[in-house]
Design a protein around this ligand. Sequence first.
Ligand code: BG6
Length: 509
Amino acid sequence: MSETLVTPKVLSQPELSLMEERPEPCALVILGGMGDLAHRKLYPTLAYLHQQNLLPSSYAVVIVARRDMNDESLRQNIGESLAKAGIKEIPAGFLERLFFVNGDLSDRDFYARLKTRLQELSKDMRLSGHLFYFATSPTLYPVILRKMAEAGLNNQEGLSTWPRVIIEKPFGTDLESAISINKEIHSILPENQVYRIDHYLGKETVQNILILRFANTFFEPAWNRDHVDHVQITVAESIGIEGRGPYYDQSGILRDMFQNHLLQLLSLVAMEPPARFQADPISDAKINILRAIPDMNAQNLVLGQYAGAQIDGKYLPGYREETGISSDSRTPTFAAAKLEVDNWRWHGVPFYLRSGKRLPRRVTEIAVHFKHVPVSIFKPLLAEELAANTLKLRLQPDEGVSVSFETKHPGSKISLSTVTMNFDYYKAFGISQPEAYARLILDAFIGDRTLFTRSDFVEEAWRVLAPVLEAGNKSKIIPVRPYGLTGGDWGPHGVGELLVRDGRTWDHF
Ligand code: BG6
C-alpha cells in the first residue's frame, strides 16, 4: 500500500522565492576559489541562487587564487566550468558579479591588497558585509585566520562592514586538534560570526526531522524508551572514494561521516524540544544528546574496507587499489556502531549507526523501530509473530516518510499483513530537493546560524569517537574486514552480529 498522506500543495519556484528573506548587500570572498569544492559546489549554487533572485540586490563574489588571471579571464573560466556542470544558460548578470584577486594565502601583502579591493567594491556597490568562505585545505585555516587578523579583516575597522567566516569540515582530526582550531578561530572572531558547514543540515529532509517531531503532536508521546525499541541510522553510498585518496586515507569513515553527518542525524532524532526554533537553543539541545552518549567502545564497532568487485562486466577497484592508497592501508571505508544515549528519554534504547562506501545502493534513512505489542490477543490464531511498527524517514534518495503497521488481510479468517503508508516529497510538493549548499550559503548571507555546527558540538562529537578513532588504522584494536558488492554485500562479516546478539536485525533495502 502506498498513499500520500498530505494534501499536495504544489508551489512553483517563483512562489518559493517570494517566501525567502533577501540578504543585505555584501561580498562573498572565496579563498581557494579555483579548487574542486568551489567549481563543483559553490559556483553552480551561486548561479542558481542568482537566477532565483535570492541573492542580495547588490553583491560581489571575490575569488582568490594563486593564478595569473584577471576579472575577464576569471569570468570566462567560471562560465566554462558552469557549462561543464550542465548549466546550459548562465543567468544574466551573474558573471559580472565575479571579481578576481591573485594571492598567496600565506603572504601578508596579499591580505592588504584584498582589503583594498574589498574597500573599493564596498564603496562602489554599497556593500555592508563580507563573508569569507574557506574553500581551502583545512591545514591552511590557522594561517589564514592569523593573517586576516593582522590585516584587520576580522573587524569593521577600515572596512566598516561586518565579517563572517564559512568553514568546511574536517574541523580537526581529533578532540585535541579541534580544540586548538576553535581557540584559533575564537581569538579572531566570536562564535556567532563563524559558520561551520555540515551539508547534511542543509538537506530539506534533514531539516524536516525537527518539523516532523515538533510541529505535530502524535509522535512525541511515543518518542521515548517506553515505546521505541531501537533506532537505525543508515548512510550508505554506492560510490568509492572518487579520487580523494590522500584525504580519505587520513580520515576513514569515522572521521569523514560519523563525527559529523551521522552524529548530527542522531542528535536531531534524539534531542529534547528546544525552547525556540533558533540557532542556540537548537544547538544546546543537540549537544545535550552528545553529552549523554558514553565514549564509544571497540566491542560495539565493526569496521570494513571495500574490496575489488566485478560488476556488470566491469571491474571496480578495491580501496587498496585506488590511486594514492597503499596496498596495506587499514583505513576503514565502512563502520557500524551501537551507541547509547544515556538520558531519561532514551536509557536502554540502542541507536545502531552504519555508513559505508561502495555499498549496493545509495540510501540515507533513519528508522525508528517501535516496541512489539505487550501481549498478542491474536496469538492462538496466527502462525507468525506480529511485526512491530516502524517509522522511516527516507532522507535520500526517494525522499519521504513512511509508517508501517499491521492490518487485517481481507478474508473470513484472521490473517494479518504489514502495510505501509507513504509520504513522498516529490509527489506532495512537485519539486525536487534543492541542493543543500543553496540553503546554507543563503543562510550565511542572512546571518542565520540554525543549520550550522557550533564549536562545542564539534568537540563533543570528537569526544564520543575518541577511544575508537584509530581502532582500525594503526592500533589494530578491531579487524578491518573486506566487503564487496558481489552478492549484495552490505558490510563486512560481523556486521549482522552487532544486532543479532541483541535479538534484532538490520533493515534491508
Ligand atoms: C561528505 C564526505 O561530507 O559527504 C563524502 O566527505 C561523502 O565522503 C559525502 O561522499 C556524502 O554526501 P551526500 O550528500 O552525497 O550524502
